[in-house]
Ligand binder design. Structure first.
Ligand code: UVW
Length: 340
C-alpha cells in the first residue's frame, strides 16, 4: 500500500515502520529487548497495577465517561444469574451465572489506542485540513450517529486497540517517582523536572522501555471511596507539560515505546488556557498518538509497586500489560502486572 500522505506532519515518523503500520513505536520492542527486560525479575514478586475498574466512581473526573453498568444477561425467558442447569436437564446440579456489562473502555485503568487522538491536518497537500490519525489513516467512521444513536458500524476502521493486544505487550517498565519531589499539588513537569527526578533515582530510559509515572494521583482517587471530587482531582499531582518542546524532543529521542501514568491524561489538559492561536489542546497526545505512534496508559495504580521499588532501591521491573483484543476499540481497560 502506498503512503496515505503527501506531506507528513513535522517531527513525525509516519512511514518509518512501513506505510501500513498500526503499532508505531512498539516496533522498537524487539525479542532481545524483551529478553533483557525479563532480567528485572529477581524476586518473583508480582504487583497488580490496576484500580478496581469501578473507580474513580462517578463521571465527575471525565463527564463523558461513566462507571461500568451491569445488565442482566438473558437466558431463555429469564436472566442468567444463578441459573439452575436442572432447567435444561433435571439431572444437572449446576448453578450458573453470566455477565453483560456496559463498559466505557477509557473510564478507569486503560490504554489509549493510536485511534484515540488524531489531528486536523492537510495530509493531501491540497490546502484543506481533514481528520487524520497516525500514519495518515483518515477518520472514516462515525462513532455515534445523530442524536447519540449508535451508528450502524461504529468503531475504528484502523488503529484499534487489537493491534496493540497482538504485540502481547511485555517489556521493561521504568517507574519515575514524581510524588516524592513534587508532592500532590498540581505541578507541571517539563524536561528539566523529569530529568531531575530520573537523576535523583539514578536511572534512565532506553530504547524499548515503558516510561511509568507515579504521581500519587491513583492513591488520591482511591482515598475518595468512589465519590470523586472532580475539582480537586483536576488540579492535583504532577502532570507532564505538553507545551515543553525540550520534553517532546526527549520523548522522541529516547526510544521509549509507551508512557503510562497514574493520572487521567498523562499531561495537563487543556494545555494552554487562554491561548488564541490554533494549537492542540493535548500536545503530548498529539506527539505520541498522532505523530510518533507512542501508546499512552492512564489511571494506572503504581502505589504498592512504587513503595516496594523505593525500599529496594530499584526503578525497573518487568511489565505485562496487554489490552483487551477487542477489534475496533479506541481504548481498552487493562490490568497491568509488574514483576520484580
Ligand atoms: C481525553 O479525552 C482527554 O483523552 P485521554 O483519556 O487520553 O486523556
Amino acid at each position: 500500500m502506498a503512503e496515505r500522505w503527501k506531506t507528513r506532519p513535522e517531527g513525525s515518523n509516519w512511514g518509518d515502520f512501513g506505510p501500513d503500520d498500526q503499532i508505531g513505536r512498539m516496533n522498537l520492542l524487539t525479542p532481545e529487548i524483551r529478553r533483557k527486560a525479563a532480567e528485572e525479575i529477581r524476586e518473583g514478586r508480582a504487583f497488580c497495577l490496576s484500580l478496581p475498574l469501578d473507580y474513580p466512581g462517578s463521571n465527575k473526573l471525565t463527564p463523558y465517561r461513566h462507571p461500568p453498568r451491569f445488565h442482566h444477561a438473558r437466558r431463555g425467558p429469564g436472566h442468567n444469574y444463578n441459573y439452575a442447569l436442572s432447567d435444561v436437564n433435571e439431572i444437572f446440579s449446576d448453578v450458573i451465572s453470566d455477565d453483560a456489562v456496559l463498559l466505557f473502555t477509557q473510564y478507569s485503568t486503560q490504554w489509549d489506542a493510536l485511534g484515540h487522538v488524531g489531528s486536523m491536518f492537510d495530509a493531501d497537500g491540497d490546502g484543506v485540513a481533514e481528520k487524520v490519525y497516525y500514519n495518515g489513516y483518515r477518520a472514516g467512521v462515525e462513532i455515534v450517529g445523530p442524536d447519540d444513536a449508535p451508528a450502524e458500524d461504529p468503531g475504528a476502521g484502523a488503529l484499534g486497540i487489537e493491534n496493540l493486544a497482538e504485540t502481547a505487550v511485555q517489556g521493561r517498565g521504568v517507574l519515575v517517582d514524581l510524588e516524592t519531589p513534587y508532592g500532590r499539588a498540581r505541578k507541571m513537569v517539563g524536561y528539566d523536572e523529569l530529568m531531575r527526578a530520573l537523576e535523583a533515582q539514578g536511572t534512565g530510559v532506553e530504547t524499548g522501555d515503558f516510561l511509568c509515572l507515579h504521581t500519587g494521583f491513583a492513591e488520591l482517587v482511591l482515598s475518595m471511596n468512589r465519590d470523586p471530587d472532580g475539582e480537586v482531582l483536576a488540579n492535583a499531582c504532577a502532570v507532564l507539560d505538553g507545551r515543553d518542546e525540550a520534553l517532546l524532543r526527549w520523548i522522541d529521542d529516547s526510544g521509549l515505546v509507551a508512557i503510562c501514568a497514574d493520572n487521567f491524561a498523562v499531561e495537563a489538559y487543556p494545555s494552554r488556557p487562554g491561548e488564541t492561536d490554533r494549537y492542540p489542546g493535548l500536545p503530548l497526545h498529539n506527539l505520541c498518538l498522532f505523530r510518533l505512534g507512542i501508546h499512552l496508559g492512564e489511571l494506572w495504580n503504581f502505589a504498592e509497586l512504587a513503595s516496594w521499588l523505593k525500599a529496594a532501591g530499584r526503578s525497573r521491573f518487568f511489565l505485562t500489560a496487554p489490552p483487551l483484543r477487542l477489534p475496533r476499540a479506541v481504548g481498552s481497560p487493562v490490568t497491568p502486572v509488574a514483576t520484580v
